[in-house]
Design a protein around this ligand. Structure first.
Ligand SMILES: *[C@@H]1O[C@H](CO)[C@@H](O)[C@H](O)[C@H]1NC(C)=O
Ligand SMILES: *[C@@H]1O[C@H](CO)[C@@H](O)[C@H](O)[C@H]1NC(C)=O
Ligand SMILES: *[C@@H]1O[C@H](CO)[C@@H](O)[C@H](O)[C@H]1NC(C)=O
Ligand SMILES: *[C@@H]1O[C@H](CO)[C@@H](O)[C@H](O)[C@H]1NC(C)=O
Ligand SMILES: *[C@@H]1O[C@H](CO)[C@@H](O)[C@H](O)[C@H]1NC(C)=O
Length: 456
């Protein structure tokens, strides 16, 4: 007999007689009742089974059974009023057939953080009014084709943190009301071009922590209303103008913590005409953003980028005309190894807010290492006298090239002269050698003679 059964029996004995209070409410759960709902919070009470349905208040709407020790749903749950059921963070491994078949009014089902490896094809049979389903952090590697067949009304779906790898478009075929989709950490590396075509309402998509080497642009474009995209922690190494082509509805884009990203090329963000917020933080090898990465985006006849986060990258330079920093609500470029010469002087005009200035420091030139940019004067951003750094650098390069060329030339000349002198002084010896050579003493002698001319 499990501890919970004992609790039930005792509570039945105590409260069953008067029936003044519900058993669950009297013993293990915290119950809350208002005019529209009866909510039971039975979380974190070491339950090892789902309390028998006959013990649930008859007009219950919310049941929270999260963070217990439930290992199975071995019978068909059935209740007329329940709308919210939270079974997350248990150890559920086994699900009976039609486990949710009798929960026709259920709107929200959370099964996150369990041990479910597979669903039966009819695993969600009966949940025709479900609006939100969370199956994140289970062991799902496969989803039967018809699993989501009834989910026409579904608005929120989390498949995150399961070893799925492939996601078939068939699952979204009938999800015409889907707005919010989390597919982070599922090991996926490609998506079919039209996968979100039926999901015409999709606004939020999380694809972070996956294996995308390229932005799945065509798949993204099939989500006609996509507003917020997370692509952080993917092995992308370059972003170019193909990456976000024609994603004109996107307003928020997150591209953080990508350990392979090195460059952002010309026109990368040019098609994102609705973009308001761009986050590119902690891409620790991102060292170059092309001056024209946002080319054409800033247009007075429409609202554009208002928040730009470039914290913790490996940038030492940004072009002055890349974004209108002074007009933006947020311009965060802290924790980059900035090269504070005249090419970065413009940053003083950005009106950088205090919160984004505390870690905004120069890395080079040496005399400004670790200087806070807020503490510097424009005049501190210097370039060598004869021009800007680039010119200086190319002048330096030129000098190096010229110098090494002249050294080479001089050395060559010296060798030729020395050889000439040797030939003049040793003319006789050379002649003798030539005659002997014609008589043919062999190649060995030739090599020896050349290697050690004094022996001649
Ligand atoms: C639920 O039922 C109890 C009696 O069992 C009643 O007092 C309460 O008002 C009901 N609540 C709702 C929201 O119907
Ligand atoms: C949960 O159940 C397992 C086995 O079913 C048991 O070993 C463990 O002690 C239980 N944990 C708690 C907190 O009850
Ligand atoms: C799904 O569950 C996880 C774990 O409890 C949680 O972090 C996440 O926010 C949930 N997602 C939704 C859409 O409820
Ligand atoms: C600004 O945008 C409008 C409409 O999107 C377009 O017609 C116009 O050519 C753009 N202007 C510039 C300067 O790019
Ligand atoms: C910046 O310039 C002002 C005067 O223009 C001067 O008082 C101040 O000390 C300078 N600050 C630094 C850090 O050089």
């Amino acid at each position: 007999m499990t501890p919970i059964n004992i609790v039930f029996i005792i509570s039945t004995l105590i409260f069953g007689i008067t029936n003044a209070t519900n058993h669950l409410c009297a013993s293990v759960c915290v119950c809350e009742e208002d005019t529209h709902s009866v909510k039971l919070d039975c979380s974190r009470v070491y339950l090892s089974i789902v309390p028998p349905m006959e013990h649930w208040p008859w007009n219950i709407t919310h049941m929270d059974l999260s963070f217990n020790n439930i290992t199975a749903l071995d019978y068909e749950l059935s209740h007329n009023t329940i709308e919210v059921l939270d079974l997350s963070h248990n150890r559920i491994k086994y699900l009976a057939q039609n486990a949710f078949g009798g929960l026709g009014h259920l709107k929200y089902l959370n099964l996150a953080g369990n041990d479910i490896q597979q669903f039966d094809e009819n695993g969600f049979f009966g949940l025709e009014h479900l609006k939100s389903l969370n199956v994140s952090s289970n062991g799902l590697s496969f989803l039967p084709d018809r699993l989501f067949y009834f989910f026409i009304g579904l608005q929120e779906l989390s498949l995150a943190d399961n070893p799925l790898v492939h996601v078939d478009p068939i699952h979204f075929n009938r999800m015409i009301n889907l707005r919010w989709l989390d597919m982070s950490s599922i090991g996926v590396y490609s998506l079919q071009p039209n996968i979100f075509h039926p999901a015409g309402q999709l606004e939020f998509l999380d694809l972070s922590s996956n294996d995308f080497h390229e932005v799945p642009t065509d798949a993204l474009r099939s989500a006609k209303m996509l507003n917020h995209l997370r692509l952080s922690e993917n092995p992308l190494d370059v972003l170019d103008k193909k990456a976000f082509r024609k994603l004109s509805t996107l307003e928020v884009l997150e591209l953080n913590s990508m350990d392979f990203l090195k460059t952002v090329e010309e026109g990368t963000f040019s098609d994102l005409t609705s973009l308001r917020v761009l986050e590119m933080n902690y891409n620790r090898f991102l060292s170059s953003i092309h001056p024209l990465a946002f080319h054409g985006l800033f247009n007075q006849s429409r609202p554009t980028l208002q928040e730009l986060d470039l914290e913790g990258n490996f940038l030492n330079f940004l072009d002055q005309f890349m974004v209108p920093c002074a007009k933006m609500r947020k311009f965060n470029v802290q924790r980059n190894p900035w090269y504070c010469d005249c090419n970065l002087r413009w940053i003083k005009e950005c009106d950088i807010q205090k919160v984004y200035a505390a870690d905004l420091k120069c890395h080079l030139p040496r005399k400004l290492t670790d200087a806070l940019i807020v503490d510097l004067n424009e005049s501190d951003f210097e370039c060598p006298q004869y021009g800007d750094t680039q010119q200086a650098e190319s002048a330096h390069h030129h000098e190096v090239v010229v110098r090494s060329m002249s050294i080479g030339l001089a050395a060559g000349l010296l060798v030729i002269i020395a050889f000439g002198i040797a030939v003049i002084f040793k003319w006789k010896a050379v002649k003798t050698w030539y005659r002997r050579e014609r008589r043919g003493p062999g190649a060995v002698y030739y090599v020896k003679a050349r290697a050690n001319p004094r022996e001649i």
